[in-house]
Design a protein around this ligand. Structure first.
Ligand SMILES: [Zn+2]
Length: 314
């Protein structure tokens, strides 16, 4: 299936209709990331208490869309305010200081326990969510813990350890829950020592790829890494998370949005490439394409990803 991820504040009936028209089967909701991701997530949950906001999600479900959430959630799952009383819950940064900026110290048992209970609570709060979760760790290059315990593991192994504990906790409440391993930036290589547990699947997000060339023209080492990821995690439930329509990225994460003219040939070539490797679901960010975009420019051209132009699916 195909999925587009948009910011919750950009969700409109028009976006839902646009997805349906272009045979996108999954509506992805992605609160703004970065250092303040926890505030954006809290804001989304607050908004979702309003009947008129819930009605939009209900409309998407009525139109047959599956709803999934892609969230940089670590800063929310271990509240930053705990730093004053419990600095030991937080990561040791590259300067050797405890720092509440990103993620946490997963070797701290109390921190981990709290993080997992909050994971279970958050999963229940995501309005209309499928059982497939994309609760990503924080969004930065050097975001892992450098304490003597944690640093025994690579960033990918640290992430795998946390995700394994999360999926175990989610499955206590719902045995069908599954959770994405986001292969991205510092954790884009497969873990070396920690194996994925039942319910973990691969989500590949090549943030550092060049957008002006097909992804098949990435350096050979990156293609090998992608194949290694598929071997390590398996192809079942594997998802690509692309940037074809990520107008927040192309706008430098600053409004007003810039105009986006997708390269449809490259999008189709990438779809073929990923499918040939065995990916099941193909998704892209499509942020900064809400009502404010439509007021400035022509509506976004989604023909590159649309199923009806895609003879291999249907
Ligand atoms: Zn640590």
């Amino acid at each position: 299936m195909k999925k587009l991820l948009i910011h919750p504040e950009e969700l409109t009936k028009k976006w839902v209709d646009r997805m349906v028209e272009n045979d996108i089967g999954i509506l992805g909701i992605h609160p703004v990331g970065g250092r303040q991701a926890y505030l954006h997530l809290a804001n989304m949950l607050e908004e979702q208490k309003k009947p008129e906001v819930r009605a939009l999600y209900d409309y998407a479900a009525e139109k047959g869309l599956k709803i999934e959430y892609g969230i940089h959630a670590a800063g929310y799952l271990l509240p930053r305010a705990l730093f004053a009383e419990h600095p030991e819950y937080f990561r040791v940064d590259e300067n050797g200081e405890r720092n509440p900026d990103l993620n946490f110290c997963f070797s701290n048992e109390e921190a981990m326990e709290l993080f997992l209970e909050n994971t279970a609570k958050l999963a229940k709060q995501l309005y209309g969510s499928s059982k497939r979760y994309f609760l990503w760790l924080d969004d930065a290059k050097d975001a892992h813990c450098h304490c003597p315990e944690c640093r025994k593991l690579s960033p990918s192994d640290q992430q795998m350890t946390v995700l394994n504990a999360m999926v175990r906790r989610l499955r206590k409440d719902d045995p069908e829950a599954s959770l994405a391993y986001l292969a991205y930036v510092t954790a884009i290589t497969p873990p070396e020592t920690v194996k994925p547990e039942e319910g973990i699947f691969l989500e590949y997000a090549p943030y550092e790829r060049k957008m002006d060339r097909p992804v098949s023209e990435m350096p050979e080492s990156e293609i090998e890494n992608l194949k290694d990821l598929l071997t390590f995690f398996g192809k079942e439930n594997s998802v690509v998370l692309e940037y074809w329509y990520d107008n927040s990225l192309f706008s430098g994460y600053k409004k007003p949005p810039k105009v986006l003219v997708p390269n449809n040939d490259n999008v189709r070539a990438d779809l073929d490439f990923y499918r040939t490797l065995g990916f099941e679901d193909l998704s892209s960010f499509a942020c900064y394409l809400g009502d404010d975009y439509d007021a400035l420019y022509d509506e976004i051209d989604l023909t590159g990803i649309a199923e009806k132009n895609d003879p291999l699916e249907g």
